[in-house]
Design a protein around this ligand. Structure first.
Ligand code: GLU
Length: 306
């Protein structure tokens, strides 16, 4: 394995920069359409305490669906295996916001990372926590070791005004009895978790517990059991990039999670976490440069879980 990470990051940056302009920023959430597309950063955090970066690694961005890993972790850590009676763990093979399977599968989403499954996790959290928003924010602050992490209210309200598809998903699940709480309350929490602003370093630090068998390396608290951490990683592997998950496994070979803000985080068990951010997306909603950068990372370092 080649561990000259700084040199590798510099090479990847130079080789992928010409791809800027080939993707499109997400426009279905108006606040995301306003993001400068020509931004690009990468950060690595190792379990042995080293950090590396290139480009705009210190610029906060909207983490969007990467937040689904945090809420899944919060709920799975508290309710355990009971979670799987309300959400599955199979890839969907459909777009992240598709309504198609939900009707035929009786309101049980395929997995916790498509929007419907994430809404079920958020609904669980609303049932469990007296102040779910504060809980999510504090949890992410602890994992990222950054007390400054916060929600961007303008992104949350932009998504609230245009989130008709998420409203359709949650109402359909409510009709099947798979949502316990008020749909508007759950949607409000969901739009806020997606509107968390974090930079590449924050996210690389925040995912390191998944490379560390469930223990937060910053304060040594156990977040998940080793078995639960393994399961979250397995879910990221098979469903973390929606209908790009097969391509991601094929070309990158690491558990990862994407968001339509252009971030992708991936982990190498027992070693490190890496976050790439570039807001221009491919046709399946994955960061175009992010995917290529991670492919080059595993090729150049010679690491993969396979
Ligand atoms: N907030 C976005 C939505 O619900 C998240 C999608 C994503 O990042 O994949 O549509």
């Amino acid at each position: 394995m080649n561990t000259n990470f700084q040199r590798i990051l510099d090479e990847i940056y130079e080789e992928t920069l010409p791809l800027l302009g080939q993707g499109k920023v997400a426009s279905y959430i108006p606040a995301l359409a306003e993001v400068n597309p020509a931004q690009y950063g990468i950060a690595i955090q190792t379990l042995s305490g080293e950090a590396y970066q290139v480009g705009d690694a210190n610029t906060p961005f909207s983490i969007q669906s990467i937040s689904k890993v945090f809420t899944l972790t919060m709920v799975f850590g508290r309710v355990g295996e009971a979670l799987w009676s309300r959400v599955g763990r199979e890839p969907s093979g459909n777009a992240f916001n598709s309504l198609v399977q939900l009707e035929t599968e009786n309101g049980i989403p395929r997995n916790p990372f498509i929007n419907a499954g994430a809404l079920v996790c958020t609904d669980h959290l609303v049932s469990l926590a007296s102040d779910p928003l504060l809980n999510i924010r504090n949890f992410v602050r602890e994992l990222s070791n950054n007390p400054g992490v916060n929600f961007d209210e303008s992104v949350a309200s932009s998504e609230r005004q245009t989130g008709f598809r998420n409203a359709a998903l949650i109402n359909l699940m409510k009709s099947f009895g798979n949502i316990e709480n008020d749909v508007d309350e759950v949607l409000n929490i969901y739009f806020h978790q997606c509107a968390l602003m974090m930079n590449c370093h924050d996210l690389a630090r925040a995912f390191l517990f998944l490379a560390n068998q469930g223990v937060n390396p910053w304060d040594h608290t156990r977040i998940l059991t080793p078995s639960q951490a393994k399961r979250v990683n397995a879910l990221m592997q098979v469903c973390g990039l929606y209908d790009d998950s097969g391509e991601f496994a094929f070309t990158v070979g690491l558990p990862g999670k994407s968001g339509v803000g252009g971030g992708i985080v991936a982990i190498i068990p027992n070693q490190l976490s890496i976050c790439v951010w570039s807001p221009e997306l491919n046709s399946r909603g994955t960061s175009l440069i992010g995917m290529k950068a991670l492919e080059l990372f595993t090729t150049k370092t010679g690491v993969s879980i396979f």
